[in-house]
Design a protein around this ligand. Sequence first.
Ligand SMILES: CC(C)(COP(=O)(O)OP(=O)(O)OC[C@H]1O[C@@H](n2cnc3c(N)ncnc32)[C@H](O)[C@@H]1OP(=O)(O)O)[C@@H](O)C(=O)NCCC(=O)NCCS
Length: 378
Amino acid sequence: MWIPSYTKLENDDIIYHVVRRFPLATVIVHDSRGVHVDHLPVTVAPSAPFPTAGSVLSAHVARENSLAEVLRDGADVTLVFHGPQNYVSPAWYPDVHDAMAVPTWNYIVVHVECSVELVDDRDELLRHLQDLVQHGEELVNGTMTMSEMSASYVETLLPYIVGLRCTVRSVTAKAKTSGNHGPQRRLAVAKELHHRGADPMMIDFVLPHPDVVVRRATLADVNGIARTHVVSWRETYAGIMPDSVINGIDVVGRRLQWQTTFISHANNVFVHVAVDNRQGIVGFVSGGRTRSQDLPDSHEIYAMYLRKSFQKRGVGGKLFASIMADLRTAGATSVMLWVLADNPTTGFYEAMGGIAIERRDITYRGATMPHVAYRFLP
Ligand SMILES: CC(C)(COP(=O)(O)OP(=O)(O)OC[C@H]1O[C@@H](n2cnc3c(N)ncnc32)[C@H](O)[C@@H]1OP(=O)(O)O)[C@@H](O)C(=O)NCCC(=O)NCCS
């Protein structure tokens, strides 16, 4: 799926919400016999850590569905969840006569890559059916439960279906929701969609939203920081660092690291986050007393990462200014940071007034790479 940066949907809560609200997935499997496409309602337990890799989605098919046979030996499957979608008429734009007014189609979709195992176990299948009924009833504000249905009829039908346990490998999501248009057009489109009874999720996405906010982080931000850390790390170092180092960090490990920062070093480390009101935490910066004792600087910026789709619109500058303000208040006389010499971000630090003061080879996770230290006067 082609995902221009302004359509990239990265907020796990929203992705979860799309899959819960629109559970009928298009199931795509391909094997040596060809491509198999079907449509199945899929459940995700309300408490499951979906969309994290390793989380589990459940579904079922009729035993006589050829898909059951295709999936019998274990198969890689793509599930496509279709969120709200709407045609957008250029007639709705206040500047309709502008040369750049053409129709478009807005939509929100989630693609889940997973490996699927068949479930013959009666109890697991029943649990999935109970979840599915509860989920469906929630969608229609109903209260019906499995226990109110004829148990003997359910028992009669059970042998005719087989469960699917889908273990998530990766999730990509896209919200093509007028994000490339200015606030006037977005407001006008949101009004027209509301008038036509469009899904509230679509209207919420289309409405113009305020800029990314930069604020001090708290312990409650740990999950968002850890996710952004991993995503931005991979985006930043692809092609610069060896793959073993790039893939060496994961969300769980980063969560532990950031929990330690907030719980054990709360008084010594400053952390600021950049928060988008739809995508959640999209960037962070941390700093405190210098760790490079052999350099004369009193303080250091330890890490600074911003998701690619939010770069080059001033957010990094805001993060930098806010950490420098905290370090200044903490008594910093000069602030340094280490950056990989091959990282184009060196240009950002120079734009922030940094002066290169030192070059060193630093070994990280077994890879030795040239680094540059920059100094800033607070
Ligand atoms: C570093 C980072 C936070 C900068 O964020 P950003 O939002 O893109 O930066 P901004 O848009 O606020 O840019 C501020 C200024 O820096 C300049 N700038 C930004 N990136 C630049 C680059 N790579 N080269 C040269 N100048 C750059 C901008 O042109 C802007 O200058 P201006 O104020 O004169 O217009 C972001 O690029 C990032 O997260 N990169 C990946 C992670 C990384 O490498 N972290 C460093 C590890 S030590």
